[in-house]
Design a protein around this ligand. Structure first.
Ligand SMILES: Cc1cc2nc3c(=O)[nH]c(=O)nc-3n(C[C@H](O)[C@H](O)[C@H](O)COP(=O)(O)OP(=O)(O)OC[C@H]3O[C@@H](n4cnc5c(N)ncnc54)[C@H](O)[C@@H]3O)c2cc1C
Length: 442
């Protein structure tokens, strides 16, 4: 009798979830092959160069509560590269940019009456004290804010914020999602709520991706880049995986891309109930127009645009968090827009997106001139922000799918926290532990 072959694992997706899961598995002696659609690792943490320095294509920072990410960075020898920097926030409403997000700025925030300020402050304080998402079962953020903070607070602050991330589906977002976001942001503040500290990795978060990739290669992980997985099916001794180049069987497959992508790989074997549950998990897409400017645009790191006339909803001036000197003196500004694929801007050419965004910058800063723009770049992500609706936890299909040996763990599996690198690490740790158990008993 021949020796029993050791179980093999394929991971679909070389984003943070896939890389971290691979790290946990290979360190326990499990052979891993990673299939990635693009020619490089990183997924949504992809980077490009500005003034000789690496920068994320999509704005990225850490909160002080992002402990799983920090622990991983320490494990990989990158802990000292995370810097905690003071952030600042603004809001553009009624044709003006106001400072926002501190007790002092709330006191002087003209668009709110005294009562609005009180209701805003009390509702945020209350949300910071709630400890379980069950308090918000079945309630949308829209309903809750209107009821407890009032119509004006909804119209000026929370409504535009929800619209910025969820577009026309803004009224469907679960209050559990908003609660957790407010709570974690509150914990990222210094005592008294005066200032918020955010983390950034010297040289970009892409550094951690590269270090991880190097370590994985050194441990024998095989990277199959530019090889998207096209179909998955039950195999004789595991899961059959098909790409343009080959059809192979792995004992286990961990799929880390979106539910929508998983549906695309169904070779007709997913039970109907499972397909339906995957299809019910939706996400907005994102456009990020990155500008390299000669001058500072706004005084804040993060400015929410609460004006529906604007084609973008967020202005993230990265160089108000990280010194512009790192980028050859260039001021880096992300203009972000979340949308669904039926929005004309999603299909527009980059130049059209640029031309529709840039004229609005002089509304934010009257001195702004197009001559400030040295270079610009447009980045797009089709599954950027999961749409977390009421009873989301019940809608989430199990990580262990009905196809024996096939596991699914993606950004959609993060609940009630908002998507983020920290939770990619946390979920990857969890799913890898589960897979290890299965591998050891198979
Ligand atoms: C605009 C924006 C801003 C963000 N800001 C922050 C922030 O400030 N802080 C923070 O911590 N996080 C932020 N995030 C979230 C963070 O980037 C993600 O949580 C994290 O990168 C998700 O990693 P992942 O591996 O789960 O998914 P992904 O990065 O999406 O990785 C999935 C991978 O699967 C690959 N793939 C897809 N289909 C296939 C296929 N069929 N075959 C093979 N490969 C496939 C993809 O190419 C991709 O590489 C932001 C995200 C966006 C979009």
């Amino acid at each position: 009798m021949g020796a029993k072959a050791s179980p093999t694992v394929a991971i679909v997706g070389a984003g943070l979830t896939g890389l971290v899961a691979a790290w946990r598995l290979v360190r326990e002696g499990v052979p891993v092959t990673i299939f990635e659609r693009y020619p490089q690792a990183g997924g949504l943490v992809a980077t490009f160069r500005v003034g000789g320095e690496e920068l994320e294509c999509f704005y990225h920072h850490l909160f002080t509560t992002d402990r799983d990410y920090v622990a991983l960075a320490e494990e990989l020898g990158l802990g000292a590269s995370i810097r905690w920097l003071f952030s600042s926030m603004g809001i553009y409403t009624a044709n003006k940019v106001y400072p926002f997000g501190t007790p002092a700025s709330l006191l002087t925030f003209k668009p709110f009456s005294f009562l609005d300020k009180l209701r805003f402050a009390l509702s945020v304080l209350y949300l910071g004290r709630v400890t379980s998402p069950q308090r918000f079962t079945g309630i949308t953020a829209w309903q809750w804010i209107r009821r407890f903070a009032g119509q004006r607070v909804l119209d000026v602050v929370w409504g535009p914020l929800l619209e910025q991330k969820f577009a026309q589906r803004k009224t469907e977002v679960s209050m559990a999602w908003l609660w957790k976001k407010v709570q974690l942001r509150g914990q990222s503040r210094s005592a008294g709520g005066l200032r918020e500290a955010l983390g950034y990795m010297d040289g970009s978060f892409g550094r951690l991706v590269r270090v991880l990739e190097e370590k994985l290669r050194a441990q024998g992980v095989v990277f199959r880049y530019a090889e998207p997985v096209l179909a998955l099916a039950p195999g004789e001794k595991g899961v059959q995986l098909r790409t343009r180049k080959a059809t192979e069987v792995f004992s286990y497959v961990l799929f880390t891309a979106s539910p929508r992508e998983l549906v695309r790989t169904d070779g007709g074997y997913f039970p109907n109930w499972y397909r339906k549950r995957l299809e019910a998990l939706e996400a907005t897409a994102a456009l990020c127009l990155v500008l390299e400017l000669k001058r500072q645009l706004l005084p804040f790191y993060w400015t929410n645009v609460a004006d529906p006339a604007f084609p973008f909803g967020g202005v993230i001036e990265h160089t108000n968090l990280v010194d512009a000197q790192r980028y050859g003196g260039r001021h880096v500004v992300y203009l972000s827009k979340y949308l669904f694929a039926n929005h004309p801007l999603w299909h527009a050419r980059p130049q059209e997106v640029y031309e529709s965004f840039v004229p609005y910058l002089s509304r934010l800063n009257r001195d702004f001139s197009q001559s400030w723009i040295q270079e610009w770049h447009l980045f797009k992500a089709s599954d950027a922000q999961p749409l977390v609706t009421c009873h989301y936890e019940k809608k989430l299909p199990p990580v262990e799918t009905p196809i024996p040996g096939l596991y699914h763990c993606s950004m959609a599996h993060i609940y009630p926290e908002d998507r983020g690198q920290n939770y990619a690490v946390r979920e990857a740790n969890r799913v890898a532990a589960l897979l290890l158990k299965r591998v050891r008993t198979s």
